[in-house]
Design a protein around this ligand. Sequence first.
Ligand code: NAD
Length: 387
Amino acid sequence: MDTISIKTRDSYNVYLGKGILQGLPGLLNDTSYEAISGRNLIYIVTDRNVSRHYLKGIISGLKKNGYKIKYSVFSPGEALKNHQSLFKLLQTMVKRGLTRDSAVIGLGGGVIGDFSGFAASIYMRGCGFIQIPTTLLAQVDSSVGGKVGINLKAGKNLVGSFYNPVFVLSDISTLHTLEAREIICGLAEIIKSGLIFSKELFEDVLDFFRDYIGENKKTAPSVEIKKLLLSDMDFLQEIIHKSISIKGEIVRVDERESDLRMILNFGHTFGHAVEKLTRYRRFLHGEAVLLGMKIACELSLACGRVGENDLRKIRGLLNIFGIPSVKGLKAKTIFNQLGVDKKKKEGKIHYIVLDEIGRAVSETEIDESKVIACIEKVLAEQAGNNK
Ligand SMILES: NC(=O)c1ccc[n+]([C@@H]2O[C@H](COP(=O)([O-])OP(=O)(O)OC[C@H]3O[C@@H](n4cnc5c(N)ncnc54)[C@H](O)[C@@H]3O)[C@@H](O)[C@H]2O)c1
């Protein structure tokens, strides 16, 4: 098992490995966090897809170790992150006797992590919180950095807080039951981490998929990519470890999302616009980020930053992942949507562009026509791929 230390205001460990879920009672026993070492009530928040595979085993392990357990199982999906569900959970937590000295475990993907973490952050002004991320995206991204929250009608993640867990337990064996498209979404975040911060990580992934990359190669089916990736769990653990370390380092330097943390939005600015314009129905988040990264890379070239050689490698890798059709999407509409995004600061859109593989910067002075041309280029290429 790897232990990665995230050094923030209140530092915490991410435990990463294969088949380590059964080690949860041991990790709880070892923590100095009072509520947990005192065998107080533990409240597990999860969703149906995850509970089906993992809840029973976790509860039985904890009970054997003397913990009192209560739990809530919700319907899966982004719709959970709303204020009605939040207040329903908080009221159930009161009814079931949770005190400030209890701890909440978020067992699931980013939705469960954001939702349960936010509940823990405001319940009686904050109780203990443990993340057990079970999607690749949650393991490399949402479980690290302390951002928790819910959505409003006006937009995603508009209500929330920064609330760090006591620890994160990432068992990569749970990825076997995850849908193939969700694996691609996590991979998109890993590739993003490589592009913005670590050439080595990017080259690792590029090298792993080298047989799929070439002039006339078609996109690979997501089930095939999942199978290949999960056939080498050591490699998977290594790239997840590197991604967590990168996110940890960015968060250590800039916990409250001022400048450095903004580079994590690489590909997201465009991706969010596409998700919103397709009403969150057509693209999974990571798929929209893949499209967004393609646009951000073309923009990097158009701004005279990233070189053709780097761009060829990036295009080669990004093109192996199939994404939903871009039918009906217009470059100008995507551009207009960028202005509505909350990532806009002081009236200016911050575009995250690549200087080279492994280094990203924020640019605010880019001509509208240049941005629209890059979006148009990628949409046209994508329309060709989707045929
Ligand atoms: N807090 C942050 O810093 C941060 C960062 C990125 C994304 N997010 C948030 O994360 C959310 C997306 O997270 P996600 O991509 O993990 O989606 P998700 O939580 O919706 O999970 C995706 C699907 O996989 C299922 N699932 C989860 N684990 C499984 C497993 N091991 N086996 C089988 N099925 C499983 C879920 O039930 C769900 O249907 C969004 O709400 C986004 O806003 C937060």
